[in-house]
Design a protein around this ligand. Structure first.
Ligand SMILES: *[C@@H]1O[C@H](CO)[C@@H](O)[C@H](O)[C@H]1NC(C)=O
Ligand SMILES: *[C@@H]1O[C@H](CO)[C@@H](O)[C@H](O)[C@H]1NC(C)=O
Length: 421
């Protein structure tokens, strides 16, 4: 799949579960952790409970994280990254081990309500040149067999997250074409959402319009012409992730219905019945100190600014500075400050990350402007979450989690393409 700067939009990813399972009402969300700091899993659990979000889709199966869902009743979908497929396909013992350590051990009385295992993430994407075609199904079969051996094969289902075009193309050559035709395939919308920054068409107003339309449609419980059943779905995404690859576009870091710190961005009508309200924010969120790294306005010689700005932006996050984005109207000094501050916060306010060859200084006056939010870093959530970043990075820059529809036709046509309206 090719993506260009003018070609993006609503994302949809479908999961084809290989068996029909009982659908629990209530919304699901994706929770990814490709951020410089992540909210503690216990805060995430509380956000889900407070907002009556009953299901969560994870991108890996880190036991420390998964453990926080024990006793909550929240349905959990675990993920197996593509780079593990070959091993799991070749070696049944590895698949058995995986199930034992990532699934079975959570299934005690009062444990984690694991419902699905997602095998790979869009493994058949063209960008992978077919490299997962020979391993995905054998890996899936091994995982299924291992689940069966543990006696949990009918409680926990395996799925393969697939791009939406599998269903709309009459691609008989596609490995999943036969499954899509099978009557007993349950379709789940694995990722659906609208970003709020990083593109001229990504803002809170349009995201709200999208979600309102989506929830209204979902409230009818009639599915789509393609699939006339109540559809289970997972919003994309719970929180912003400031370290996601921007290969598909700068908006990639702004999919959250919540900010990085668990603050909701806009009101939502989750029931689709006109009950529009602000989501409940994260509780007990711990920030680092209230200090910001800004451009030292005593500096008159601007020669060193471009190189330092480049450094800050390529190692930090300047996606909100782009034309049409939330911080695009800052003056020159504030733009530099924005870049410096993001780098400083992403480095946990380490004083060495607010030097920029003497161009920067640390202040305790809030540097945010009316439209442009200058973040403060979160306190570390625990060592594991930081360690999880390379796993998803390893998927490579070419991973497009989402199907990006051409934006020209804007909201309505994107929704039509998705058969949502
Ligand atoms: C797929 O092939 C293209 C062109 O041959 C190459 O540039 C790219 O790196 C390959 N991708 C992977 C994931 O192997
Ligand atoms: C800084 O100001 C912004 C915008 O008014 C506000 O949202 C944010 O909470 C403030 N940050 C702190 C740490 O006070």
């Amino acid at each position: 799949m090719k993506t260009t700067s003018s070609s993006w939009g609503v994302g949809a990813l479908l999961l084809l579960a290989l068996h029909l399972v009982y659908v629990v009402d209530g919304i699901g969300v994706n929770w990814g952790t490709q951020a410089s700091q992540n909210l503690h899993p216990s805060i995430i659990v509380q956000i889900l409970k407070d907002n009556k979000i009953g299901k969560v889709k994870l991108f890996d199966s880190d036991p420390w994280t998964v453990n926080f869902f024990a006793g909550t009743g929240i349905e959990v979908m675990l993920g197996i990254p593509n780079n593990q497929l070959a091993t799991l396909a070749k070696n049944y013992d590895k698949a058995k081990d995986w199930v034992k350590h990532n699934v079975a051990k959570h299934l005690y009385n009062g444990g984690v309500n694991i419902k699905y295992v997602a095998v790979g993430n869009e493994p058949f994407l063209k960008a992978y040149n077919g490299s997962n075609i020979d391993t995905t199904f054998p890996a899936l079969k091994n995982i299924q067999k291992a689940l069966n051996e543990h006696g949990i094969g009918d409680k926990i289902k395996v799925t393969i997250p697939q791009n939406g075009d599998v269903l709309t193309q009459a691609a008989t050559a596609h490995p999943l074409a036969t499954f899509a035709d099978a009557p007993k395939v349950k379709i789940i919308i694995g990722e659906i959402g609208w970003p709020t920054d990083g593109n001229i068409n990504a803002n809170v107003d349009m995201a709200k319009r999208f979600y309102d339309g989506f929830f209204k449609k979902m409230a009818t419980k009639k599915g789509s012409p393609l699939y006339q059943e109540n559809i289970e779905y997972y919003l994309f995404s719970l929180t912003d992730e400031n370290q996601k690859s921007v290969a598909p576009g700068d908006f990639e870091r702004h999919w959250g219905i919540f900010r990085y710190d668990g603050q909701p961005k806009f009101s939502m009508d989750i029931t689709g019945n006109g009950n529009d309200k602000m989501p409940v924010p994260g509780k007990n969120v711990k920030y680092l100190e209230s200090k910001w790294c800004v451009f030292n306005s005593d500096i008159k010689n601007m020669d060193r600014v471009p190189a330092n700005m480049d450094f800050a932006c390529s190692n930090g996050d300047c996606t909100s500075l782009k034309p049409g984005c939330s911080c695009s109207d800052l003056n020159q000094h504030d733009r530099i400050s924005y870049a410096f501050n993001n780098y400083f916060q992403m480095n946990n306010q380490d004083v060495r990350s607010c030097d920029f060859q003497g161009l920067a200084r640390i202040v305790n006056v809030n540097a945010s402007t009316q439209h442009c939010f200058f973040p403060i870093a979160l306190q570390s959530a625990g060592s594991k979450l930081i360690g999880s970043i390379p796993i998803r990075e390893a998927l490579g820059d070419m991973v497009f989690l989402l199907k990006h529809f051409p934006f020209r036709e804007a909201l309505v046509d994107s929704l039509k393409q998705l058969s949502i309206i």
